[in-house]
Design a binder for this molecule. Structure first.
Ligand SMILES: Nc1ncnc2c1ncn2[C@@H]1O[C@H](COP(=O)(O)OP(=O)(O)OP(=O)(O)O)[C@@H](O)[C@H]1O
Ligand SMILES: [Mg+2]
Length: 318
């Protein structure tokens, strides 16, 4: 079976998308490979095209994917140590180990400390993505009252929103259940979705965190009134370094790892995540948490397995 047909049969692209890509390829006298055209049009991601090519050529996905994962993890780990030494000394200097600091000195040390924090977060993300992608994501599942948890999360993120003159609203059902989840990992999910909402929105807009029970799941949404994401770029979301043409409104950090981590953590909890967006109006990310503690919520979730399944069952932007 040809690449295009295989992508269609795995429901990664539709017949119409394939026809469109073939027409474009025809117009260019086949200068570009079909896979490249599909990626450029945003119909398929690099990961998807490469995984199908791998299947065609009998290459195991584990070999094809993230060959650098262990190297990245150990490099990130090694870089964290010297960085924390620098941070430690900066804190000692702030505490007066070298005597009293002038105002400009204090400001410079503050900027250096901020830069260290950004680097530290990036290294932690790289370590996270490496651990998650290469095998086991260990969950420390705890019975958690969702309403208390979401109220805390709202308070913590409110300061971040206020700094950008964005109103952060919490709208939750009164009787949200107690669920089994890993609160630290769930922090990563919500903090990322909320920080994205703030980062890609302009001041004087509202971001709403909402939660409601639907059947045996809780649906948690983060809705912003930001720039919105063009439809043809939605397939980039949830992939590593999958940044779109939508850029932060105040020069904030944007590496493109956050949503890839978010998706894996939600799925490790047995949930799903999807996005709805309209350019100029805003974006809503929604994910689910199961209410009953089902067998799907395992503390030793195999992230590799789930990714492989995605190759065969892809929603438009889920
Ligand atoms: N709420 C949103 N509104 C508009 N665009 C968004 C929104 N959330 C994500 N995006 C787009 O999706 C891309 C991927 O998001 P992701 O969270 O993975 O990375 P990031 O925020 O750029 O960097 P990181 O999370 O690693 O700091 C972003 O770069 C942006 O282009
Ligand atoms: Mg992000």
């Amino acid at each position: 079976m040809k690449l295009g047909e295989m992508l269609c049969s795995k429901q990664i692209i539709s017949d119409t998308q394939l026809q469109h890509a073939l027409e474009i390829q025809d117009r260019q006298n086949s200068r570009e490979k079909l896979g490249e055209v599909l990626i450029k049009l945003g119909y398929a991601t690099e990961e998807e095209v490469f995984s199908i090519l791998a299947l065609q050529n009998g290459i195991p996905l584990s070999k094809l994917r993230y060959p650098l994962v262990p190297e990245i993890a150990s490099l990130a780990h090694d870089l964290k140590n010297p960085l924390s030494v620098i941070q430690g000394y900066l804190h000692l200097i702030t505490d007066g180990i070298l005597g009293e600091l002038s105002r400009p000195q204090t400001e410079i040390i503050h900027h250096m400390d901020q830069a260290c924090k950004v680097m530290m977060r990036l290294l932690e993300d790289l370590m996270d993505i490496s651990v998650i992608e290469s095998g086991h994501l260990e969950l420390d599942l705890q019975e958690t009252s969702l309403s208390e948890y979401l109220q805390d999360c709202h308070l913590t993120n409110q300061i971040l929103a206020q700094m950008k003159s964005i109103e952060l609203v919490l709208e939750i059902d009164e009787d949200l259940p107690v669920v089994r989840m890993d609160p630290d990992r769930m922090d990563q999910v919500l903090n990322n979705l909320i920080s994205n909402a703030i980062k890609f929105s302009h001041p004087n807009t509202t971001t709403t965190i909402s939660a409601r029970v639907v059947d045996d799941e809780v649906l948690i949404s983060v809705a912003d009134q930001g720039q919105g994401i063009p439809e043809e770029e939605l397939s980039k979301l949830f992939t590593q370094f999958g940044r779109t043409s939508v850029r932060p409104t105040s020069g904030e950090r944007s590496v493109g790892l956050g949503l890839a981590i978010v998706k894996r953590i939600v799925e490790a909890h047995g949930g799903r995540i999807w996005v709805e967006s309209e350019v100029g109006r805003g974006t809503v990310f929604t994910f689910t948490i199961l209410i009953e503690s089902p067998s799907t919520v395992r503390s030793d979730y195999d992230t590799t397995k789930n990714w492989n399944e995605q190759v065969t069952a892809k929603g438009s932007c889920k």
